[in-house]
Write a protein that binds this ligand. Structure first.
Ligand code: ACM
Length: 272
């Protein structure tokens, strides 16, 4: 059974300093050996924007900007699938997006964050891609992206599971601790791996400061933690995963978490 190494890169992006953020990622990943590399949300730009005009200045079109070139090169150099958050500009629309760059592919797929957190609503449009899963045939892995605050909506992880994800990847800029309880639950209830790449550091705007809580982690499909970074340091942590083990959703001879579902009893309320 094939195993893969998944690495989560935890670091401190600097607000508005794309060049130095890309340089930092370059340095951190120089020796990295992994099959899948997950970086934080908005890792090229920093996070705490307060207006659309600020995001406009740093946002890039999907697949044609310098960040897209950089991550394509990173994917090829490491021969790894790269997942990285960036501010995306599509004509007059702005998205909190992540790219999923498979090294063999000329273009990355783009996921646009569905659930906007806090002041993101003043800076970004709500994502319109919906949830999807990338089937990477060379590595035989199905990767489902969501971004940070999407974690608070169990529907996100469930939809990715129904679409066939083996691994949910979650570029993040987390400022609370609650996710540390919830992510392993998402892993168990969906029988999927979950990889959270969080950032560290603080960003201050006027009188308000956000503290990003690190603790990036990889969870197995049984909820156990396979790898964990610390709360403050820039570091990369890795885990060995077996994607095909997530595909049989039974957990005893008579129960299976997908076929035991009773969607008729969820439907009416879930659509409200
Ligand atoms: C978040 O969605 N950045 C908390």
């Amino acid at each position: 059974m094939r195993s893969l190494i998944i690495a989560v890169v935890q670091f401190e992006p600097r607000l508005g300093q794309k060049q130095s953020n890309l340089k930092k990622i370059q340095e951190l990943t120089r020796q990295l050996k992994a099959d899948i590399i997950v970086l934080p949300e908005l890792c090229t730009s920093g996070y705490f924007f307060t207006s659309r005009s600020e995001v406009e200045e740093i946002a890039e079109p999907a697949n044609t900007g310098p960040s897209a070139d950089f991550f394509r090169e990173l994917a090829r150099r490491c021969n790894a699938v790269v997942i990285a958050g960036f501010a995306e500009k599509d004509h007059d629309r702005l998205f909190n997006s992540c790219l999923i760059q498979v090294p063999e592919e000329p273009l990355a797929k783009i996921y646009r964050k569905t659930h906007l957190f806090y002041k993101e609503r003043f800076c970004f449009d709500r994502g319109d891609t919906g949830f999807f899963v990338i089937h990477d045939k060379p590595r035989d892995v199905r990767i489902g992206p969501m971004i940070c605050y999407d974690w608070r909506f169990p529907e996100a992880a469930r939809v990715l599971t129904l679409l066939g994800a083996d691994i949910i990847v979650c570029p993040s800029n987390l400022v609370t601790d609650a996710w540390g309880i919830v992510m392993p639950a998402r892993a168990i209830e969906n029988k999927v791996y979950v990889a959270v790449a969080n950032r560290v550091g603080k960003e201050k705007r006027d009188t308000e400061e956000l503290l990003f809580k690190g603790n990036s982690a990889v969870y197995s499909y049984n909820g156990s933690r396979l790898a964990k970074a610390g709360p403050h340091k820039e570091e990369i942590v890795s885990a060995e995963v077996y994607p095909s083990r997530t595909r049989d959703k039974s957990f005893n001879p008579l129960n299976d978490i997908l076929t035991d579902r009773e969607p008729v009893h969820y439907q009416r309320l879930a659509e409200r």
